[in-house]
Design a protein around this ligand. Sequence first.
Ligand code: NAD
Ligand code: TYD
Length: 348
Amino acid sequence: MKSILITGGAGFIGSHVVRRFVKKYPEYQIYNLDSLTYAGNLENISDIEQEPNYTFIKADITDATVLSALFKEHDFDGVIHLAAESHVDRSIANPQVFVNTNVTGTLNLLNAFKDAYGENFEGKRFYHISTDEVYGTLGENGLFTETTPYAPNSPYSASKAASDHFVRAYGETYGLPYVLTNCSNNYGPNHFPEKLIPLFINNIIQNKPLPVYGDGNYTRDWLFVLDHAIAIDLVFHKGRNHETYNIGGFNEWKNIDLVKLLCGIMDEKLGRLSGDSEKLITYVKDRPGHDLRYAIDATKINRELGWAPTVTFEEGLNFTIDWFLNNKDWLKNVTSGAYLNYYNKQYS
Ligand code: NAD
Ligand code: TYD
């Protein structure tokens, strides 16, 4: 019997991780801690909320007192830490909340874990989920490896880099048993519609402009979210202590090519004339400090743990678009904030 605390489990990636663990490991007790910011949505995991091995805890990781009480109450075997402010554009508008949640919140969790088990970490594990954005930007060539120096360029990536450093430092200083992963851009069901793929799917459905930043020649390495959840499961159970693993899709796309692909698939699915959705593309002012290219070398996790993406981009993208087309209420609720009513009704 294992007791696992997953933070940020009402968000995009976290909800898929929570679902995987609850279903695959009925012998584990899964505690999902989330403060339900604008990005947290209990509808994402409504299908598993009645499972006997699942408990939701509404709490904020910036509250050290609450965390320390929680770790005293529960003897968690593992922590899988996903809770974060995660949107680069929001971090440019308001960096402070990124420091509060991503840096201070992570530090609070580390302290609660250390203070609860510091005398004996036997059988314990702290798994910190991070991003490839901590490495900064690549030029036209090369890949991020686990030894690429950190060079974050946005307040978001700077806050994630700081949290990674604290995790590593707690490993060195206090012997805290951690694993850390840095993953490339995810896409899939339940993706909050302010990130590129879900925003553009939503805008295409509504015939609204598709705001491409700059010249659109920025490159990202896209990974289907369920493949990320599989990697997280593997690293949590089999990753080596004090190690970092890079996770990526081997799937680089320039934004403009990806947007055109998306438009083409959606024209077909929506019964529009070929080329109709592309007319929505609008070039807008570039993001400040915009990283040119991200691409991951995922050789280490492949070699050590046998992980590789299971889904092709074509399959993943079709699945994702179909999910959004079939879940228009979800889209409507997250864009209207109505999901907060769901929470109040369910847990008040
Ligand atoms: P998300 O924004 O969809 O979800 C974040 C979740 O954290 C939300 O449910 C939110 O309510 C919760 N949260 C935020 N602040 C909190 C706080 N102070 N206390 C408790 N809960 C809080 O993010 P995501 O895209 O699912 O990303 C999850 C993690 O994966 C993040 O750490 C992110 O840095 C990392 N990551 C994301 C991507 C990606 O492409 N989305 C890629 C690599 C790494
Ligand atoms: P995003 O989904 O915000 O992820 P990240 O910035 O973490 O990589 O953006 C992906 C790429 O798409 C990035 O190069 C910025 C670009 N982009 C646009 O061109 N227009 C948009 O409206 C958004 C949200 C992103």
